[in-house]
Design a protein around this ligand. Structure first.
Ligand SMILES: Nc1ncnc2c1ncn2[C@@H]1O[C@H](COP(=O)(O)OP(=O)(O)O)[C@@H](O)[C@H]1O
Ligand SMILES: [Mg+2]
Length: 260
C-alpha cells in the first residue's frame, strides 16, 4: 500500500492500458435494482460517453469508481486495483488521480476564483511555493479561457463561467482520469457546446482518460471517442456516435431521435 501512495501519478504507461475496468457490477438500494451486470473498460487517453435517461444509475456507477459506493456484486478496478478493497490511504491517493466534476460542480462562494483554484493545490497536493501555485492557477484558468476572472467572486460569474472554473479546479491537480457527471445540464445550447469543446481540449492537453455521463447528444458527439448506451441498469449498445445513430436497433436509435 505504501508503494502505491509513493508512486502516485507515476504509473507505468503501456499503450492500450485499461485504466478503469468495471467488471459485471450490480447495485441495489433495497428493492430498487439500479445496476444489473454492468461492464465497461476505459483505456488510457480515451473519452467514453455513457448515454442514458435520468435515474438509470449513471451517477451510482461514477460513485463506484471513486469508492463512494461499493457494488453488491462484481468489481471496479482503477489502475488495476480493486476499489472496494482499498483502505483510506489508498482511496485518498486514488482521488488525487481521479477528478470528478459533479452535476452541481459547486465552488466556494466566499472565495475568489483564484482562492478556489489554490485550494486543491495547497490542501490536496500540499504545494507551498507561491510562484509555482500562481503559475498553475494562471495556466489552468487560461486553459478554460477565464484568466480575466481570476479575482472575481463566483457570484459575479455566469453559470457557464462557474462551470468552467469548476472544471479548472478539477483539472488543476492534473488527474489521470476525469469523471464528468452531466457536465452540460442546465446550460444553454451555446454554453453547452463550449463546455463540450473544453472537455475535448482538456483531454488533448492533459492526456486524460474520461468518462462523460450525459443525455446531451451534442456533448456525446463532440467529446466521445466511444459511446455506451445505458437503459434499465444495463448497457445495451456501444460504438462510435455515428455507428449508434444509424443502428438497426430501434431502442438504440430512439435515444438519438428524442433529443435531437
Ligand atoms: N445513496 C443512495 N441511496 C438510495 N438510493 C439511491 C442512492 N443513490 C442513488 N439511488 C437511486 O438509484 C437510482 C439511480 O440513481 P442515479 O445513479 O443518480 O441515476 P442517474 O442515471 O440519473 O445518474 C435512483 O432510483 C436513485 O434514487
Ligand atoms: Mg445522475
Amino acid at each position: 500500500m505504501e508503494e502505491q501512495v509513493k508512486h502516485n501519478g507515476e504509473q507505468k504507461r503501456t499503450p492500450n492500458e485499461v485504466v478503469v475496468d468495471i467488471e459485471h457490477i450490480s447495485k441495489s438500494f433495497g428493492d430498487n435494482e439500479v445496476l444489473k451486470d454492468i461492464s465497461l473498460k476505459v483505456k488510457r487517453g480515451e473519452n467514453v460517453v455513457v448515454l442514458g435517461k435520468s435515474g438509470q444509475g449513471k451517477s451510482v456507477t461514477i460513485q463506484c469508481i471513486v469508492g463512494l459506493l461499493n457494488p453488491d456484486e462484481g468489481v471496479v478496478k482503477v489502475f488495476g486495483d480493486v476499489v472496494a478493497d482499498m483502505g483510506d490511504k489508498q482511496l485518498k491517493a486514488l482521488r488525487t488521480k481521479v477528478g470528478f466534476l459533479f452535476q452541481s460542480g459547486a465552488l466556494y462562494d466566499s472565495m475568489t476564483v483564484r482562492e478556489n483554484l489554490e485550494f486543491p493545490l495547497t490542501r490536496v497536493l500540499k504545494m507551498k511555493d507561491k510562484a509555482e501555485i500562481d503559475q498553475r492557477v494562471e495556466e489552468v484558468l487560461e486553459g478554460v479561457g477565464l484568466l480575466d476572472a481570476i479575482d472575481k467572486m463566483p457570484s459575479d460569474l455566469s453559470g457557464g463561467m462557474r462551470k468552467r472554473v469548476g472544471l479548472a479546479r478539477t483539472m488543476i491537480v492534473k488527474p489521470e482520469i476525469m469523471l464528468y457527471d452531466e457536465p452540460t445540464t442546465g446550460l444553454d445550447p451555446i454554453t453547452s457546446r463550449e463546455i463540450s469543446e473544453l472537455i475535448l481540449n482538456m483531454q488533448k492537453k492533459y492526456k486524460t482518460s474520461s468518462i462523460i455521463i450525459t443525455h446531451d447528444m451534442e456533448c456525446a458527439k463532440i467529446t466521445g471517442d466511444r459511446v455506451v448506451i445505458m437503459n434499465d441498469g444495463e448497457y445495451i449498445a456501444e460504438g462510435s456516435f455515428d455507428e449508434l445513430q444509424s443502428s438497426d436497433d430501434e431502442l438504440v436509435r430512439s435515444f438519438f431521435n428524442e433529443t435531437t
